[in-house]
Each structure stands twice: as C-alpha cells, then as structure tokens.
Design a protein around this ligand. Sequence first.
Ligand SMILES: CC(=O)[C@@H](O)[C@H](O)COP(=O)(O)O
Ligand SMILES: NCC(=O)COP(=O)(O)O
Length: 249
Amino acid sequence: MTLRLGVNIDHVATIRNARGGAHPDPVRAALQAQKAGADGITAHLREDRRHIGDQDIERLIEAIEVPLNFEMAATQEMLAIALRHRPHAACIVPEKREERTTEGGLDVAAHHGQLRPFIEQLTEAGCRVSLFIEPDPVQIAVAHALGAAVVELHTGKYVELCFAGRTQDAERELDRLRQAAADGHKRGLEIHAGHGLTFDTVKPVAAIPQIVELNIGHFLIGEAIFSGLDTAIRRMRALMDEARSEAAA
Ligand SMILES: CC(=O)[C@@H](O)[C@H](O)COP(=O)(O)O
Ligand SMILES: NCC(=O)COP(=O)(O)O
C-alpha cells in the first residue's frame, strides 16, 4: 500500500495571525506543498479561529487540486461549515479551548451517541469521515461500529516519549499503534496517523504497513524556517518512502 503525505498548514496561519494581515498566507503554503509532492492538505478550523479562519477554508477549496482533509470539532457550527463546503474528508477531532494543541484522541466510545448524527450527515454529503482517536482497541471497535470510513491514530504520545528519551515506553506506544492499525484495517477501516511527527520520529510509524496516510504540520512549518517548505516536505516524503521500502525488504 502506498503512503500518502497530508501537509497540515495550520501553523502558517498561526504566524500570520501573530501580526494580523495576510502574510504568510496558508493558501500559498498549501500550493507550494502541493508542488513539493503533498498528496493532500489538512487544515483545522478551530472554534476559536486561533490559526485557520473561515476564509482560509473557502480559499483552500478554490485553490488546491489535491484533497482537503478538514479537521473539525463535533459542533453544529462546524457541521454547517463542512456541509456547505463538502471537503474530500472531514476529520472529527476533540477540541478544548484552553489546550495548546490537540492533546489526545476523540473518545468515540464515550460520545458515540453524540457523534453518530455527525458521521451520518457528513457521509451523506459525500465526505470521507475520519475519527481522530487514540490507538486503542475499544476506540477502533466503536469507530467501526459508527460507520466511519477512516480512523486517524494520534501519534502525539509516541513522539513525546521519544523526545523524553523514554525508549521502552515509546516502543510500547508504537506497538499500540501497530496493533490498532492492524485491527482497524482488518475491520475495513482506512488507517491514517499523525500529530507531532518529525524527521526523527516518522520512520517507525511510516513502516506500519496498514497506514495509508500521515498528516504532518507543525514540524514541517517550523523546519521550513530553516530549509524552506519545499525541502522540508521532500525530506519528509523521502523518509516515509525509505521506511516503507525498508519494511518491505
Ligand atoms: C488535530 C490535530 O492534530 C491537528 O489539527 C494539529 O495538531 C494542528 O492543530 P493544533 O496544533 O491547533 O492542535
Ligand atoms: N492530525 C494531525 C495533523 O494534522 C498534524 O499534526 P501536527 O504535525 O501539526 O502536530
């Protein structure tokens, strides 16, 4: 199975919003990412609009040729926006206003009743519905029962453990990712993964054979300051491909 790279351009908007105005433009970044080989663009329209704004979503839909993965909380406001734009994919994520970033996966087991109508309406509108969850067997089973097409496994914990030098715990978390990917794939779910991935942490995740898409943003946008977006994306793509061919050998 080939592995797609979705580039998340949220944090281009974070830099723009630090001063207001229009520069740097996340849509320009998305077009550059597309040219550098991104297979898709991911953007998270947060309730507080701290990075991506409503107009960015409208402009992205107009401008990009690769699929848009629209990340959204399960709120009526976001549902109405998604139904208006009908992006290729709608990824439902948990959201807390006070958090610095998306801290964990959506608890689909606890909120299945609330989530079902969102999944149904988005699917009906032609979006591929993705649920951003922890690599946990119960979450996988409920995501499947809810009729989602895709699950995106939260890799944040694995990355944090790697950077804390907690090698054994990171390996255990990687095993949870492997198990969840295999289990979800067996159930017919399409498997994506992402959050916090970097050049140093991407390869073991990219090597998991059932994963078909990685969504990566914050690190690539940060790295672009030093090497340029094109170089950062091409390097990430190369590491992903390397991991895949090493795993297949
Ligand atoms: C859900 C998710 O993982 C992404 O949206 C990404 O982390 C960028 O958004 P935040 O940094 O605002 O969480
Ligand atoms: N869903 C994960 C994503 O889009 C990118 O997350 P990050 O690389 O910005 O942490």
